[in-house]
Design a protein around this ligand. Structure first.
Ligand code: URA
Length: 475
């Protein structure tokens, strides 16, 4: 070891990583241990013993092992961590590594642990700066740069982030100002400059107002979680985020009731149609939806005697889908056993289909009714109930795997097509193929019973028979 260097403190200078790397290489060559080096964060002229060491005769140098690229990258990332002793610390890591102490890179090692924590903190800061830097557009008459941004990073990540934005923003000019330096991009070259004297930007223009309006409208109080928000968007960045002035108000609105409305108060207060969310989409996924009779996906179970499942061979080629159980089906727990069922049987017979060979079910499994005197009058199920029950019909179809499904009336058609917009009259007599399944549409038996006029009744009945004949050809 160079004798001169064993007893004295050596000063080394590092302004940035590449300076540090050069200095570190020389120190290693001179075998100067880290505890003897005093690092200074400058490029001072009054060089000291270290300068002498650098000019020391060649024989005083020791061989330096090649530093692997991964280690160099780790050191470079850690060098962006702001700490007074960062250069000394990095040199200590390098020294230990050069002396064969590979544990220095382990998280179980005190130094290794600190090194990894530094890299992580820097990476996090880069991520935050990508996410929370807000460019503001300047008036065109002011010329370049077109966009400016102010940010106060906690670590030295400006250069890295500037490279990211240079790649992202093409030939649009911008300038990012921080308390320590500025970086400007003219569309082709990145230029570093002195710190900005202007400090945080004060902007109140059209663009800013548009952004705030947009932010307000996408803020969803129903999903507000202030703690999670602060975790993902640390409060220290708020002061330079234009939207941050909105956040406390939006959060307190949410806590005080906006959550119930599920939208910002301005939107919630608006009159107009409510947005329909299908029961399927609105309900949380449940691994087990229980049995059909336990179904509470909509309110129909409250007034029904029981849920009515489909009936027929488990592998039927033809499936008939009606609307919902009627009064008698509700009591019997079987589909199509009342007057509509009798008419259905006649139509099947006329088409040459045996009811025992077809699977008969309904789009909605609970009887929807309203009292009239002592009678329970049928009420057409709404889309919400159709949606809620779709799961059960889908399950029946998946199990039976029919070749052809006959939609008896509009409710069945809506459920099978998964759309409230389909028109029965347009689909009558028009077999369609959905996936590997054929769907044939015809009237509901109750319609045939109800429709006034013998001719209309006969025509509707004939339509059903025709549909069943078509279904038979697929079977
Ligand atoms: N109407 C239907 O749609 N289904 C039945 O089960 C009974 C009447």
């Amino acid at each position: 070891m160079n004798e001169l260097l064993t007893a004295v403190t050596v000063c080394a200078h590092a302004k940035n990583f590449s300076h540090w790397r050069d200095e570190a290489r020389r120190l290693l060559a001179q075998r100067v241990p880290p505890w003897q080096v005093q690092w200074q964060n400058s490029t001072g002229e009054n060089e000291t013993l270290f300068n002498n060491a650098m000019t020391a005769p060649a024989q005083a140098s020791a061989a330096i092992a090649r530093v692997p690229r991964a280690l160099l990258q780790t050191l470079q990332a850690a060098a962006n961590f702001r700490a007074d002793d960062r250069w000394a610390f990095l040199y200590k890591i390098l020294w230990r590594w050069q002396n064969g102490d590979r544990a220095v890179l382990s998280v179980a090692d005190e130094d290794g642990n600190r090194l990894h924590a530094m890299v992580k903190a820097v990476e996090r800061e880069v991520h935050y700066m990508h996410a929370y830097l807000r460019f503001r557009e300047r008036a065109p008459e002011l010329g370049a740069p077109r966009f400016v941004a102010w940010f106060e990073p906690s670590h030295d990540v400006l250069e890295e982030v500037a490279e990211h934005f240079a790649r992202r923003m093409g030939n649009v000019s911008w300038l990012i100002a921080t308390p320590d330096a500025t970086m400007a991009w003219d569309g082709r070259t990145l230029m570093q400059g002195p710190p900005s004297a202007s400090g945080p930007l004060q902007v109140d223009d059209e663009g800013e107002r548009l952004w705030l309006t947009y932010y307000r409208s996408i803020f969803n109080p129903a999903r507000t979680n202030a703690r999670a928000m602060e975790m993902h968007m640390p409060v220290r960045y708020w002061k330079n985020l234009p939207e941050s002035k909105l956040i406390p108000g939006l959060v307190s609105d949410a806590v005080l009731g906006g959550r119930c409305v599920g939208q910002v108060s301005a939107v919630g207060a608006r009159h107009g149609t409510s947005v329909h969310v299908s029961a399927e989409a609105a309900q949380p996924e449940r691994p087990d939806q229980g049995t059909l009779n336990q179904c509470r996906r909509c309110d129909l179970w409250r007034n029904a005697t029981q849920a009515v499942a489909g009936e027929g061979p488990r592998k039927a080629k033809v499936m008939l889908v009606g609307e919902q159980p009627g009064d008698q089906e509700d009591l019997a727990g079987k589909p199509f056993v009342g007057p509509a069922g009798h008419l259905l049987d006649r139509a099947l017979q006329a088409a040459g289909l045996d009811r025992n060979d077809v699977y008969v079910t309904n789009a909605v499994k609970h009887f929807k009714w309203e009292p009239r005197g002592k009678r329970r009058m049928h009420k057409t199920p709404g889309q919400r109930e159709i949606d809620a029950c779709m799961l059960w019909l889908d399950e029946e179809i998946a199990q039976v795997k029919p070749e052809v499904v006959v939609a008896l009336g509009s409710t069945a058609l809506k459920s099978l097509m998964k759309s409230s917009k389909v028109s029965l009259t347009k689909m009558l007599g028009e077999p369609i193929t959905v996936g590997d399944r054929h769907i044939i549409t015809t009237y509901h038996p109750s319609y045939v019973l109800r429709v006034p006029g013998d001719d209309a009744k006969a025509a509707a009945f004939e339509n059903m028979v025709h549909a069943f004949r078509q279904a038979k050809t697929y079977a």
